[in-house]
Ligand binder design. Structure first.
Ligand code: NAD
Length: 250
């Protein structure tokens, strides 16, 4: 059980990349932080605990409705509450023109990138209703407001995450639950490195279109997520916040 001053944060897909940076930021800001991923990120949680922060970990495949329900129930039973959730787990579709993406690739992308967010929000919201409020941030993308060649299934999901965020925000604004989306630009993580490995010219092409002249870091996304989850953002609801070095200005 927590004391009243200890807030609890849950981050999905937090073994690496943006999710790990966000979990580290929540822990450093004083949240008891629960790291989850498709494989238990216990080493990452252990490192935080060794550094003096409060963190737990658990395996959770966000595409598995029952596993998500059990995870949120476990957080509530173990820590007594859930104040801030970041629904971050995501996968890329293999880069191919739309008509060449297979049904299986489409279905798996939707299962993780859209149904995964849906699953998490449902159980997080039920817990937040029981305790009287909370905040949720869903990870969309700059691709949630633009197109991107070869990524039709992924981009469709990231657009849908913004629609889901806005609608759920309307449903629960009066119940003290704020729900926003974060839209990262190109951030140097294993997911982005994998895309650039497959297309060595990609980094140069991407940077050319980023007014800031560089890729972003996971920590720059974590700063924005932490702020959206904090009382400093108390009147911000249903917003899709672009953190993209100016890419979407064009
Ligand atoms: P990443 O691949 O480095 O990390 C994603 C994490 O999600 C991994 O730890 C992975 O194991 C986990 N994951 C995958 N499937 C899962 C499942 N079914 N259940 C639970 N966990 C699962 O990616 P990242 O770049 O850190 O991306 C994090 C989020 O940010 C994703 O939603 C991604 O779409 C989004 N995003 C990333 C970028 C970027 O440039 N890196 C840009 C825009 C949006």
């Amino acid at each position: 059980m927590t004391t009243n001053s200890e807030k609890v944060a849950l981050v999905t897909g937090s073994a690496t990349g943006i999710g790990l940076a966000c979990a580290q930021a929540f822990a450093k800001a004083g949240y008891i932080t629960v790291l989850t991923d498709i494989d238990d990120p216990k080493e990452q949680a252990r490192e935080l605990v060794s550094a003096g922060y409060k963190a737990l970990s658990r395996r959770c495949d966000v595409s598995d409705t029952r596993a998500v329900e059990e995870t949120v129930d476990w957080v509530a039973a173990t820590l007594g509450r859930l104040d801030a959730a970041l629904n971050n787990a995501g996968i890329q579709t293999p880069q191919r023109p739309m008509a060449e993406i297979t049904d299986d690739e489409f279905d798996r992308t939707v299962a993780v990138d859209l149904k995964g967010v849906w699953n998490c929000m449902r159980y997080e919201i039920r817990q937040m209703l029981r305790q009287g409020g909370g905040t949720i941030v869903n990870t969309s993308s700059q691709g949630g407001v633009t197109g991107f060649p070869g990524q039709a299934a992924y981009i469709a999901c990231k657009h849908a995450v913004i629609g889901l965020t806005r609608t759920a925000a309307l449903d629960y604004a009066s119940r003290n639950i704020r729900i926003n989306a974060i839209c990262p630009g190109v951030i140097r993580t294993p997911m982005a490195e994998e895309l650039m490995r497959r297309n060595p010219l990609l980094e140069k092409e991407l940077v050319r279109d980023i007014p800031a002249g560089r890729l972003g870091s996971p920590e720059e996304i974590a700063n924005a997520v932490l702020w959206l989850s904090s009382p400093q953002a108390s009147f911000i609801d249903g917003h899709a916040l672009l953190v993209d070095g100016g890419f979407s200005i064009h």
